[in-house]
Design a protein around this ligand. Structure first.
Ligand code: 5GP
Length: 180
């Protein structure tokens, strides 16, 4: 049982998605992937830091042969409306001619996923499938397909299950929403 409220630094967060709801979303994504990738050997690209929890949960439920690699990126937004995605840790794998599945924790504006998708395509991936545990449709500005979406959520800041607020909260098993 998760606590109804948590305090991280100066903020309070309220329980929003239970461990059970998350587990059910993870299993349905894994089931779909198992159908879609049967007989193929994709490379799973987990986006650090946030997706390490979700990525591991998905990974354990995959029944086809697959490899895993990690990339760390961070996004910066200035005063202008355009953003920049910076690679903090490069992908230690060759994606050329591979079917790639990119695993993110959350898609907000879509800037990070768009950048990763283009990066994989430019590096010669045969196909790029995008997967995210959480998706904020009201904030999304992308024009690309998210093939696997766990749970759609409102445009509110969330923590837990890998997601942090200023470094804290990643270890919470459930997902919490910023209290207003
Ligand atoms: P996007 O590029 O889609 O706007 O944002 C994606 C990244 O922003 C995510 O990988 C995550 O690091 C961060 N992010 C977006 N929304 C949230 C949120 O509600 N909570 C947390 N902890 N991070 C978020």
């Amino acid at each position: 049982m998760s606590t109804p409220e948590v305090h991280l630094h100066d903020k309070t967060f309220v329980l929003y998605l239970s461990e059970e709801e998350i587990a059910s979303a993870v299993s349905s994504i894994a089931e779909r992937m198992n159908k879609d990738f049967a007989g193929r050997t994709p490379l799973i690209v987990v986006v650090l830091n946030g997706a390490f929890v979700f990525g591991a949960e998905i990974f354990k439920q995959l029944t086809f042969d697959c490899e895993v690699a990690f990339i760390r990126v961070s996004s910066y937004r200035g005063t202008a409306s355009t953003g920049e995605v910076k690679e903090e840790m490069p992908l230690g794998a060759d994606v050329r001619d591979r079917d790639v599945i990119v695993i993110e924790d959350i898609v907000d504006s879509g800037l990070t996923m768009d950048n990763l998708r283009l990066r994989m395509a430019e590096a010669g991936a045969r196909s790029v499938s995008l997967c995210t545990l959480l998706f904020k449709p009201d904030a999304f500005q992308g024009v690309f397909e998210l093939k696997y979406v766990g749970i759609e959520i409102p445009d509110r800041f969330v923590v837990g299950h890998g997601l942090d607020y200023d470094g804290l909260g990643r270890n919470l098993p459930a997902i919490y929403q910023l209290k207003v």
